[in-house]
Design a protein around this ligand. Sequence first.
Ligand code: NDP
Length: 318
Amino acid sequence: MGQPVVLMPKPMHATVAEGLSGHCELIRLWEESDPDAVLAARRDEIVAVATGGTPINDAFLDQVPAARIVASFGVGYDHIDAAAAAKRGVVVTNTPGVLDDEVADTALGLLLMTVRELPQAERYLRAGKWQQDGSYPLTKATMSGRRLGILGLGRIGQAIADRVAPFGISVAYHNRSEKDVDYEYYPTLVELARNVDTLVVVIPGGDSTRHLVNAEVLEALGPDGILINVARGSVVDEQALVDALRTGTIFAAGLDVFEHEPKVHPDLLTLPNAVLLPHVGSATVPTRIAMGNLVVENILNWFSSGTALTPVPESADL
Ligand code: NDP
């Protein structure tokens, strides 16, 4: 019997191909001159798919009817219709846990940058204004005494809560269900926003969370409010955010993710009270290697034992 055939639709971190090497035949679809012909010819042989951000839906799965596992690189899997996959008996896996610290560090960095206007101050220095005009103006906001609301107290949300404790910052949260933790729980997002001055968004993207952070939530956050988004751009109504930043409805925002990446709303680029990062939440060499290794382990474990290590909740019963 030949080696199992794994489809990789688009380039992924090198650890994935390296880890699979010797265990399977890997089809690197983007390198094929006629990808459709390759898919048609190998459709009954492809048993696994290794993927980064490729959208995976019913139409895609129709092309690989023998596939039993889709192993995705990253913890967010809003680009995959995991419910449709489960109906076909296809397990979807993601890479939870191995990136929590990295993303929480990014969130904390973004928070400090936004509150203390550190990127703006650095630009001031580089522009020669320190010598020319004197000290950078005092920042209105401070970390001291902030009240942090976490939208999505999951793995990464908890790591963020752990990190702000030494700052003396209070933590509250909103999830769909209350957790057994000491932080104050708000059953609605608007109530949470009303009771904090800093809102960190760290929930999954996708249709069910689209524009949860809307004009009403931003209004509730208030004129001293700071929004940090390290989740997915789709969770925040970007136009409402631009309006809120421009009119002073909220004070500032720090964003790692955007609605139409890599395009960024042009007004965000000009607003002085927005700190913007190019989706670097988990983007370090060690963490990306750990994520790649977990993709490989899921596929190899599936081959050897028929179980995946980190299936997404939709695949739990498979
Ligand atoms: P978890 O599943 O551990 O946590 C998600 C939390 O969100 C859960 O506590 C869940 O609680 C809550 N939640 C889910 N849906 C809703 C909803 N509709 N309303 C309110 N709360 C909700 O995920 P992780 O912490 O591992 O990751 C969170 C997200 O962070 C990922 O899905 C990904 O999109 C993003 N991310 C971004 C990165 C970046 O580079 N910027 C890197 C890694 C992740 P409950 O079920 O009770 O509602």
